[in-house]
Design a protein around this ligand. Structure first.
Ligand code: ADP
Length: 642
């Protein structure tokens, strides 16, 4: 076994590899970009070495700097993780040339599987079933169109150098072929520097089922299948193992084909053979086709670990350090069922737009496996993949695993960025998925999965209460009040905004939301709305998040923006109820547009109220320490004479 390993990656996968190294007593070296100087993987490793600036081209893709860092730190081997340089054969060559071990397959094996067309041809000759299609070198548009016609529509155009769904286009009919080809080629050229494409028969109601393989250069075994059919825009969202509806015969056939593929290239390390499966009539021994091989550890490897009890990173380290395969095929078995969900900072209703933000709060339930590279306070930066965590659960069977995942997602709390958490929760309740009847088009068909979260009056009331800070005051707790505490709170959810009026009662609050009154009561476990237990809510600055089912992320609209509109030009009004913290101006003073006039403390924040126009202060109507209502004039102005 190695003494010291460098991990040429970041985020959750770097942390995950470090954890296994630590368990095996292997020292770890992290590398990082300037954006990651304080990242979790940097703090977890024994040694950390800076690569360069935030862009990946200056840091995580700088193979030369990574090799130099490994040599400097005295590492014997480099674990590439996934993405970045993990499938770059030139990087493997430079690692080996420096006298270091690359924890993964040989450069030759990666090259053989690197281009989809060559890999398909190789697999076909090794007797592995492949999707019917055109793999030719002739890339003339007319030739390609003729080939598409021969294959029969619908067809899929794929970039030969493709990955992550880039350079891929579905073409339903001949009339759309030319345009789709042009855009696929343009995308492929930008993304991969290689515009070549192949054409495949588009499999109807396709399922994506992949087989985990593991080789030691001579022999290979498989660790069963994963079903990754839940995809949005050809990217995996939720994966599970084993595949629902799998039979012993089909598993045997797919496993044999995968092992055959791995052996054909003398594969060493962890790899995945991806198959596209025609699920229009159930899983059949003649209904699966090789799509591509991923010559690295996959994002979704935890589900395989959960059902087999194997630590795949441990196997990678063992095999790379010269050991043979730790287990034979007949020693491997499936126990129970596992599901993984990928939690991302992304705006689902906006089309899965990547999001950024500082995680003001991040918490997970204790009984799920969490693979994450971030924690409370971490920033999801625009530089890298916006994944927050992978949540993996294991159950005795698919039904219990589903229940465990639904519960785990309900108890996952993220504040500080929009996430796909509500979307993942809805997916877990999707009837086709529950029935195991999903295919790769499911998410695309069910628009409601991606709709914005619904803000019901009860949760709006809880959000308003949390925003007001009154929930943490003792005021409402049976004190005899001089007068009722009334506070008005404005909350925004996306484009919509809602006003809530909170009135303290002797047992809690009445919240007026639109034309409804929600009765908020507190008990030992938290708040109830109209007798129903409410999820936890938190406020950080101008953001209020209600956790639990279909979480809601409200913002408190900038009171200045509203105040500015309502000021009418010659008075500065209180945009919300608050405490006058400071009066900056005096009667007779000349002010210019934007000058500070009054500082108001409201909703636990200080708000600076500024002059709406040039003028002279006519009257100051409040003093420091005054409590003011919304809409009250604080300072009036006389306009300058011209
Ligand atoms: P990439 O390498 O860009 O991720 P893949 O070749 O792995 O592309 O395909 C990604 C996804 O596209 C698959 O999981 C599947 O959902 C879909 N797909 C690929 N090939 C076909 C096909 N021939 N018919 C139908 N769907 C396909």
């Amino acid at each position: 076994m190695f003494n010291r390993v460098l991990i040429a990656n970041r985020g959750e996968i770097a942390c995950r590899v470090i954890r296994t190294c630590q368990r095996l007593g292997v020292e770890t070296v992290a590398v990082y970009s300037d954006a990651d100087a304080d990242a979790l993987h940097v703090r977890m490793a024994d040694v950390a070495i800076r690569l360069g600036a935030a862009p990946v081209a200056d840091s995580y893709l700088r193979g030369d700097l990574i090799v130099a860092a490994a040599l400097k730190a005295g590492a014997q081997a480099i674990h590439p993780g996934y993405g970045f340089l993990s499938e770059n054969p030139d990087f493997v060559d430079s690692v080996t040339a420096a006298g270091l071990v690359f924890i993964g397959p040989s450069a030759d094996a990666i090259r053989k599987m690197g281009l989809k067309d060559a890999a398909k041809a190789l697999m076909a000759s090794a007797g592995v079933p492949v999707v019917p299609g055109y793999l030719g070198a002739d890339q003339d548009a007319h030739v390609l169109a003729t080939e598409a016609e021969k294959i029969g529509y619908p067809v899929l155009i794929k970039a030969v150098a493709g990955g992550g769904g880039k350079g891929m286009r579905l073409v339903e009919a001949a009339g759309n072929f030319a345009e789709a080809l042009e855009s696929a080629k343009a995308e492929a050229r930008t993304a991969f520097g290689n515009a070549d494409v192949l054409i495949e028969k588009y499999v109807q109601r396709p399922r994506h089922i992949e087989v985990q393989v593991f080789g030691d250069g001579t022999d290979a075994v498989h660790l069963f299948e994963r079903d990754c059919s839940l995809q949005r825009r050809h990217q995996k969202v939720i994966e599970e193992a084993p595949a629902p509806g799998m039979t012993d015969a089909v598993r045997q056939a797919m496993g044999d084909a995968a092992v055959k593929a791995a052996r054909a290239i003398g594969y060493a390390g962890a790899g995945t053979i991806e198959f596209i499966v025609d699920a229009s009539a159930g899983l059949r021994v003649d209904g699966f086709y090789f799509m591509e091989m991923n010559t690295r550890l996959q994002v979704e490897h935890p589900v395989t670990e959960a059902i087999t009890g194997v630590d795949l990173v441990e196997w990678q380290l063992r095999v790379a350090s010269g050991e043979t395969l730790p287990l034979r095929q007949d020693q491997l078995a499936i126990t129970g069922h596992a599901i993984e969900a990928r939690l991302y900072a992304e705006d689902v209703p906006a089309g899965f737009l990547p999001a950024t933000g500082t995680l003001s709060h991040l918490a997970f339930p204790p009984d799920a496996r969490i693979d994450s590279g971030v924690e409370t306070g971490s920033e999801i930066s625009p530089w890298y993949d916006p994944m927050i965590a992978k949540v993996t659960v294991h159950g005795a069977n698919r039904v219990t695993a589903f229940a465990a995942m639904a519960a785990a997602l309900r108890h996952t709390e993220v504040a500080g960025t929009v996430t796909n958490l509500g979307f993942l929760q809805r997916l877990m309740a999707e009837p086709e998925f529950i029935a195991g009847q999903m295919d790769t088009g499911l998410i695309g068909r069910q628009a409601s999965l991606c709709a914005p979260a619904e803000a019901d009056a009860a949760r709006v009331a809880v959000a308003a209460l949390t925003a007001s800070g009154l929930d943490r005051h003792a005021l409402w707790q049976g004190f005899a009040l001089w007068q009722p505490v009334v506070q008005r709170v404005t909350l925004a959810l996306g484009e919509e905004s809602v006003e809530v009026t909170l009135t303290a009662t002797d047992a809690g609050f009445d919240a007026r939301v639109g034309n409804r009154t929600v009765i908020l009561r507190r008990d030992a476990q938290g708040w109830q709305a109209d007798g129903e237990r409410m999820p936890k809510a938190m406020r950080h600055g101008a953001a209020v998040t209600v956790f639990g089912r279909d979480p809601l992320a409200f913002t408190l609209p900038d009171p200045l923006a509203r105040g500015g509109q309502g000021m009418g030009g010659d008075a500065v009004l209180a945009p919300m109820p608050g405490l006058v913290a400071q009066v900056v101006v005096a009667v007779g003073q000349q002010v210019a547009t934007g000058d500070r006039m009054v500082v108001l403390e409201a909703m636990k924040m200080e708000h600076v109220l500024r002059a709406p126009r040039d003028g002279t202060v006519e009257a100051v109507l409040v003093a420091q320490g005054d409590q003011v209502k919304a809409g009250v004039a604080l300072v009036t102005l006389i306009l300058p004479q011209d």
